[in-house]
Design a protein around this ligand. Structure first.
Ligand SMILES: NC(=O)C1=CN([C@@H]2O[C@H](COP(=O)(O)OP(=O)(O)OC[C@H]3O[C@@H](n4cnc5c(N)ncnc54)[C@H](OP(=O)(O)O)[C@@H]3O)[C@@H](O)[C@H]2O)[C@@H](O)CC1
Ligand SMILES: Nc1ncnc2c1ncn2[C@@H]1O[C@H](COP(=O)(O)OP(=O)(O)O)[C@@H](O)[C@H]1O
Length: 333
């Protein structure tokens, strides 16, 4: 065979990962410094919850809390405030009806390491469009002042972006920010302007194309979610999450994921770790929590069933205090 005429096929390498593997490699959330305070663990700002979709933004906010965010705020329709607070008073809920009302919550205090989670229940109507437009315009302004913004774009934020790629009036460029997008296959198809079947037929290529097209990190959800993004050397990396089960095919699971991704990104940013590492950990923790939560059966698994398990498995475990003391006594003796 004439080797000069043999085409080299650059097939991307996909590495299998799981919560267990991350745990073994010490890649969970690290133990907190004994003197740490809430400001050290990031501030997640969820934006979403139009009429009819109140639960989505609430679930994302709750997931951010159990995933270790120091502070969680949620900007949603004013009608949802009392329901949110009665379910979860730890969330700082603000009622907003327009982009103008949202803007001060995005600007916030830059020292708070605010990460925006935009999209859960955002809807595709004027409310969602104006909020997304405001978020993207604010990101552009941060860019002008040399600041990077952490953002998770999920659900309807992706649907709106697919329908109106020039929603801010200019091309979207996320390359100077820490942006993670979390499309399910149908959302990925809309972003790439292809069919859902085409995405599913070559998920690796779809994830890779999304990374290039939006200069961001991607979690392409579904069985064996793919995590794709550039590492600190600018090399494309692809991972396949082996955790998860079909019990996760129920409404709200993606909303919980977006909150977890936001919280991990907020905490990893403080530690100087990459959005790609944050996406890997959040995806594996979310799926593994679903595996733990479905030991009694997959059908009927609720998205909120994952919350206590996310909390239990997201952080490196403390060594039991008793055994440390015992060991110390023995050594001193
Ligand atoms: N409690 C709440 O408040 C909840 C609120 N939610 C909020 O609702 C909003 C809309 O989100 P959404 O995902 O339901 O709408 P959308 O993207 O149009 O998907 C619909 C169609 O897309 C397809 N499809 C979907 N997934 C697929 C997959 N994995 N693989 C392949 N195809 C898939 C499928 O099409 P089909 O296959 O039926 O033709 C499906 O019928 C959003 O803001 C979200 O946050 C929800 O999270 C639920 C809980
Ligand atoms: N069969 C499956 N196996 C493993 N994970 C799944 C399966 N079905 C769904 N999931 C996971 O559940 C979540 C569903 O997210 P999404 O479709 O956005 O739901 P929603 O819009 O209702 O919140 C994703 O994390 C996805 O990877």
């Amino acid at each position: 065979m004439n080797s000069a005429r043999t085409k080299s096929i650059n097939k991307p390498i996909v590495s299998d990962i799981s919560w267990q593997l991350l745990q073994q490699n010490d890649q969970l959330l690290p133990l907190r410094a004994l003197n740490s305070h809430k400001g050290d663990h990031g501030h997640v700002q969820v934006i979403g919850g139009d009429h009819g979709y109140a639960g989505a933004a609430l679930m994302a906010s709750q997931a951010a809390l159990v995933s270790g965010a120091g502070l969680v705020s949620c900007a949603t329709r004013p009608e949802h405030i009392s329901a949110y607070i009665s379910r979860c008073p730890e969330i700082m809920v603000a009622g907003i009806n327009s982009g103008l009302e949202l803007a001060p919550f995005i600007r916030g205090d830059q020292n708070q390491n605010k990460v925006l989670v935009v999209g859960p229940g955002l809807g595709k109507q004027a409310f969602g469009q104006l909020l997304l437009q405001t978020v993207l315009q604010q990101i552009e302004q941060f860019e002008a002042s040399g600041k990077a913004q952490g953002v998770i774009l999920d659900a309807d934020a992706l649907n709106l972006l697919a329908a109106k790629p020039r929603i801010t009036g200019s091309e979207i460029d996320f390359s100077n920010h820490a942006v993670i997008i979390t499309p399910h296959p149908a959302e990925a198809a809309r972003l790439l302007n292809i069919s859902t079947a085409e995405v599913q037929a070559d998920r690796i290529s779809a994830a890779q194309t999304l990374v290039e097209k939006f200069s961001c990190t991607v979690i392409l959800k579904g069985q064996y979610s793919l995590i794709a993004g550039k590492n600190s050397h600018g090399e494309l990396k692809l991972y396949r999450c082996l955790d998860g089960n079909p019990g996760m095919a129920s409404g709200g699971m993606g909303d919980v994921l977006s909150g977890t991704v936001g919280a991990v990104l907020a905490q990893f940013t403080v530690l100087g770790l990459s959005p790609l590492s944050a996406a890997k950990l959040a995806c594996c923790v979310h799926s593994k929590a679903a595996d733990y939560a479905s030991v009694d059966g997959e059908a009927g698994l609720l998205a909120t069933d994952l919350l206590p398990f996310i909390r239990r498995i997201i952080q490196t475990r403390l060594v039991a205090e008793e055994s440390v003391t015992e060991l110390g006594v023995e050594q001193n003796d």
